[in-house]
Design a protein around this ligand. Structure first.
Ligand code: CDP
Ligand code: CDP
Length: 227
C-alpha cells in the first residue's frame, strides 16, 4: 500500500498559510487537512488550563496524547474547535496562545509527542498540512512543498486585520512585537527550526494580493499533476 500524497505549506506567522490551505481544500476535494499549529496551540491551552508549567517537558508530553480535540465547522462554515468539550475556537487564535504555543514548541519531547498525532492525518485521497516543519520533518516526502514568506510588518498588518474582523481587539505595535518574538524563537530553536526544505518552492507574498498567490499555487499543483 502506498502512502497518501501530502501537500506541505510552511512559513512564519501571518504569512497566509491558512488562506492557501483553504484554497487547496477547494482544489483537492476530499483531501484531509492538518493545521499543525493548532495542535501546539491546543496543547499550550490545555496545559495552561490545568496548571502545567510551559517548561515542564514531561507533563506536557504526557498531556499531548490525552487531548480530546474536535475540528469542525459551524453551519455558517466558520471554524469550530472543541477541546475537552469546551469551545476554544476564539481562544486558540489569540496571539497570547500563539506565544504559549511557540514556547512549548521548542521542547523536543513536545514535538515527539505530537509527531504520531500528525502522521495519523495522512490518509487517502491525500493530506494538506500547514505549519513550520511539515516539509522538513513531519512529511519530508511531500509531493509539493510550498514555503510562504512576507516581511514582518506586512504579516503584523495582516494579523491585525484578521483579528479585528473576528472581533478580537489588538494593536499593531503589540502584534508586531509578539510576532517578531515568536518568529525569532521558531527560527532559532535547536529542534525543527523554521527553515524552508531544500526542495520547497518559496513564495514571497509581501506585495502579492491573495489572488496572485493562489494563481501561483495553481501553477504548482498543475506542475505536480495534482490538478
Ligand atoms: O496561517 P497564517 O498565520 O500563515 O496566515 P493566514 O491566517 O492565512 O493569513 C493572514 C491574513 O492575511 C488573512 O486574513 C489573509 O486573507 C491575509 N492575506 C493577505 O492579505 N494577502 C496575502 N497574499 C495572503 C494573506
Ligand atoms: O497561525 P500562525 O502561523 O501564527 O501560527 P500557528 O501555525 O498556529 O503556530 C503556532 C506556533 O506553533 C508557532 O509559532 C510555532 O512555534 C508552533 N508550531 C511549530 O513549532 N511547528 C508547527 N508545525 C506548527 C506550529
Amino acid at each position: 500500500t502506498s502512502l497518501a500524497h501530502v501537500v506541505a505549506v510552511d512559513g512564519p506567522s501571518g504569512v497566509g498559510k491558512g488562506m492557501v490551505t483553504r484554497a487547496l481544500t477547494a482544489r483537492l476535494p476530499g483531501w484531509h487537512l492538518l493545521d499543525s499549529g493548532a495542535l501546539y496551540r491546543l496543547l499550550a491551552l490545555a496545559a495552561h488550563q490545568t496548571g502545567i508549567e510551559l517548561t515542564d517537558a514531561k507533563a506536557l508530553a504526557a498531556l499531548a496524547p490525552n487531548l480530546d480535540i474536535k475540528f469542525s465547522e459551524t453551519e455558517e462554515k466558520q471554524e469550530l474547535i472543541i477541546l475537552n468539550n469546551q469551545d476554544v475556537t476564539r481562544l486558540v487564535r489569540t496571539e497570547t496562545t500563539g506565544g504559549m504555543a511557540s514556547k512549548i514548541a521548542s521542547i523536543p519531547e513536545v514535538r515527539v509527542a505530537l509527531l504520531e498525532r500528525q502522521h495519523a492525518f495522512r490518509q487517502n485521497p491525500g493530506l494538506i498540512a500547514d505549519g513550520r516543519d511539515i516539509g522538513t520533518v513531519i512529511f519530508p516526502d511531500a509531493v509539493l512543498k510550498i514555503f510562504l514568506d512576507a516581511s514582518p510588518d506586512e504579516r503584523a498588518r495582516r494579523r491585525l486585520n484578521q483579528l479585528r474582523e473576528a472581533g478580537i481587539s489588538a494593536t499593531l505595535d503589540d502584534l508586531r512585537t509578539e510576532i517578531f518574538q515568536r518568529d525569532e524563537r521558531d527560527r532559532s530553536r535547536a529542534v525543527a527550526p523554521l527553515v524552508p526544505a531544500s526542495d520547497a518552492v518559496t513564495i514571497d507574498t509581501t506585495s502579492m494580493p491573495p489572488a496572485e498567490v493562489l494563481a501561483k499555487v495553481d501553477e504548482l499543483l498543475k506542475s505536480r499533476g495534482l490538478i
